[in-house]
Design a protein. Structure first.
Length: 776
């Protein structure tokens, strides 16, 4: 009896929650499903085998109000009374099913068509005459004959699908990106104007030849988004309804491994009154969910969150990603531990309870959300894959906390005259000045607070400092600096208004190389607030670079700025400007020494200036070299060794006169270091960094001698775990975070800011002449 009840429980969906369930098919052809919910207590997941979902595709969006459109499109589906091509609506809460006409005819045309999407205009139980199911079939990329076809029916009323062909005169079949229903109308959204608004013809309810009214419309969009990668990115566009708002979510993906690596995310709001798109910097109370074929939304307040987030998944990836739009940060989660293989791309499933209430803000809020807990033996606890660090590290950590955190004991009075204290302070480096002033109340009363811009301390440089991690939040002038050397001390720097809307592109010697808008590029020193403006990019070209770097400090007379992007299939476009130049030099070069049909795709991170040339690594491991000595020349060196991942980028960094490559796998699951042997042109694996440490990010990669032994032989990443900087130890082969006992084998439960960089503190003062780029 118990076994029978357990089997019955596994065939039922989990109980509804305030947020949608993440469904990950796994097992033989996706026979079983793992369920995870962000609002589930203790982040528990459960395993099911639901016949309605087994080996089937399904679609859902907010207009469905809990209903799923399910299609039997797998020949291996052995579900009783289910045939290939069967299609039906299913309500996972009430278990109600509404059979739809078969789609067998269209599935047999698989060689010509692909399903772009499916949407239900409204739930079939509210007003059956208004409810419509739409499938959008798009010709496959190489098909030049067929047109887009809209296939539709009324659930429970139509015995056959109706069709509406959308010719090239109506819509560009290569431009269609997404579709959604809003207030009873279907919207077909395209890459560019025009878009389509489709609704049922009035008075045609009983007409067997029911037709649709199709209207094209344009959306005004003058927003500029400073995405990384330029020509080397593709866009995935989704539209999500949330409480009478329509949000457009644009994910910028790397060209290599399209869909598997997100470079940046832009969110816009569709304003129907103005017929325009406007960029938003905060989601407010809206929480958005994007899956392979599903979208969902709910209230942040109902989930106990202080603000809205975007949750999304990626193809062939069982990770869950949380994007904080306000802070421009992405956090990685692993929703289901020990998931059986094979597993397949996840989707969201929103389950709506039949009882709802409406409050004054107009948002539907669901009652009775918690329901009965699942059977315990179907529940799997999700715990972070971490272990305690060893005893010696624990003792060292405890000692560090005694000296750097907690409650400080009352300091003894120095008994030193205030003038002497100020004299001592004036010979300290600005960071040490801050520490000296914080020792006791007496010091704070006698020593003025340091102004980093106009600091009067006489010591500007010191060898005992490590780089800071600098990042901005909410596109504000206030930037955060985290110091890994001093137990993750954080400094807030209120910088120039020039930085509003600016993006960090590169860092060298305390200077940030930044872009703003389409063509503005400038250097900025956040420690002195000095600015060096570069000539604008050419009028016919905007910032489209995969990487940018400079040869030396921008105040040096020999400084050269180099930028690169892919150009056509067998070339690169290179931008060069030297100090004193009034304009950028733009040249295109052919890639030589590559096998036929092999592209050179520069990694979306910074090149390295090494021995008089800029080195650029591509995803296949090929090295591009741009020499600035004796005339500009470009060549691609033969591929040294096939140890590179063709999807996830590697990072170049110079260390002790050697050129290193740091290869980081998916979500950090593998880290390998290689040095280039120029005599044999092979990459040689590096087992230890010795007393060195590496700092890796998309915008800056450099090495340094560790100021303390506890920082040696480590790679520091621009990621935070509980606000602590994450590093990889070559001694332990694991990730740790400064100031905590975190230990893991990957990036899960850590976050990265999209507008960040490692920067070397530099308070050196500059002259007006040095700040003028046109003066050598």
């Amino acid at each position: 009896m118990e076994e029978k009840m357990e089997r019955s429980e596994r065939r039922r969906p989990p109980v509804p929650r305030a947020s949608p369930w993440l469904v990950i098919p796994h097992g033989n052809d996706g026979k079983d499903q793992a369920f995870f919910n962000i609002s589930e207590p203790k982040n528990r997941s459960c395993r099911k085998c639901i016949p309605e979902l087994t080996r089937k595709s399904f679609w859902q969006s907010p207009s469905h109000q809990g209903w799923l459109v399910i299609l039997c499109d797998n020949d291996a589906d052995s579900t009783p009374n289910c045939n290939f091509g069967d299609c039906f609506l299913w309500n996972p809460v009430s278990s109600e099913t509404i059979q739809l006409p078969t789609l067998l005819h269209w599935l047999l045309l698989d060689q010509y068509y692909e399903i772009l999407g499916c949407v239900l205009s409204s739930p079939p139980t509210s007003n059956p005459d208004d409810s419509m199911v739409f499938f959008f079939f798009r010709p496959r990329p190489k098909d030049k004959i067929h047109e887009c076809v809209l296939v539709f029916c009324r659930p429970g009323k139509d015995k056959q699908w109706r069709t509406q062909e959308l010719s090239e005169y109506i819509v560009d079949k290569r431009s269609v990106q997404s579709l959604f229903c809003f207030k009873g109308k279907l919207y077909v959204m395209c890459w560019r104007n025009p878009h389509l608004e489709i609704e049922k013809q009035l008075g045609s309810d009983d007409d067997d030849h029911q037709t649709l009214s199709i209207r094209s419309f344009d959306l005004y969009d003058d927003t500029f988004f400073p995405s990384k990668g330029g020509f080397l990115t593709h866009q995935k566009i989704d539209y999500v309804e949330s409480c009478d708002e329509i949000f457009k979510v644009v994910q910028y993906h790397s060209t290599r491994g399209f869909g598997k690596v997100v470079i940046s995310i832009q969110v816009l709001r569709l304003d129907f009154s103005l017929m325009a798109l406007e960029e938003v910097k905060s989601l407010g109370d809206h929480v958005l969910f994007l899956g392979r074929d599903t979208t969902a939304s709910c209230s942040a307040a109902e989930l106990g969150l202080t603000k809205g987030y975007l949750y999304y998944t990626l193809p062939e990836d069982n990770s869950l990603y949380q994007f904080d739009l306000e802070h421009n940060e992405t956090t990685f989660y692993l929703p289901c531990l020990k998931l059986p293989t094979p597993w397949f791309s996840p989707n969201w499933m929103m389950m709506m309870m039949p009882t709802t209430v409406r409050i004054t803000d107009g948002r539907k809020r669901i009652e009775n959300m918690l329901g009965k807990d699942e059977e315990e033996d179907n529940i799997i606890e999700v715990e972070e894959n971490k272990t305690s660090i060893n005893k010696d590290e624990e003792e060292e950590e405890d000692q560090g906390q005694k000296h750097n955190g907690g409650v400080l004991e009352k300091a003894r009075t120095w008994g030193v005259h205030g003038d002497i204290l100020e004299l001592i302070a004036n010979y300290l480096h600005p960071v040490d000045y801050i520490h000296f002033r914080a020792v006791c109340k007496e010091n704070r009363s006698m020593i003025p607070a340091v102004n980093w811009r106009t600091s009067c301390t006489r010591i500007r440089q010191t060898t005992s400092l490590s780089p800071f991690l600098i990042f901005s939040k909410n596109n504000d002038t206030i930037h955060n600096c985290v110091d890994p050397m001093h137990n993750n001390e954080k400094y807030l720097m209120n910088l120039s208004d020039l930085l509003l809307g600016a993006t960090i592109r590169f860092s060298k010697g305390g200077w940030l190389l930044m872009s703003k808008g389409e063509r503005t590029v400038f250097f900025y020193n956040p420690f002195t607030r000095a600015t060096i403006q570069l000539p604008d990019l050419p009028d016919d070209l905007c910032y489209v670079f995969s990487g940018i770097a400079c040869s030396s400090l921008p105040t040096s007379s020999d400084c050269v700025v180099f930028a690169i992007t892919q150009y056509l299939i067998d070339g690169v476009l290179i931008f060069i400007i030297a100090r004193g130049d009034t304009f950028w030099t733009v040249r295109d070069y052919q890639n030589t020494n590559l096998p036929r049909h092999v592209e050179y795709l520069p990694c979306l991170n910074s090149p390295v200036f090494y021995n008089g040339a800029f080195y650029c690594l591509d995803y296949n491991g090929s090295l591009g070299v741009f020499n600035i000595e004796g005339g500009f020349t470009w060549k691609v060196l033969p591929k040294p060794q096939a140890h590179f991942n063709s999807i996830y980028p590697s990072f170049l960094v110079e260390c002790e006169g050697k050129l290193l490559s740091v290869d980081v796998g998916h979500v950090g699951k593998s880290v390998r270091i290689f040095k280039l042997d120029f005599s044999k042109m092979v990459w040689v694996k590096v087992e230890s960094l010795g007393k060195n440490m590496l700092f890796i990010s998309d915008t800056s990669c450099f090495s340094a001698t560790a100021p303390h032994s506890r920082m040696e032989n480590k790679i520091y990443f621009p990621r935070l775990h509980d606000e602590q900087i994450l590093f990889y130890s070559l001694d332990t082969g694991r990730y740790h975070s400064l100031g905590s006992r975190h230990s893991a084998q990957d990036f899960y439960y850590t976050k990265e800011n999209s507008n960040c960089s490692w920067i070397e503190p530099n308070w050196s003062q500059t002259t007006e002449q040095e700040l003028n780029w046109l003066i050598i």
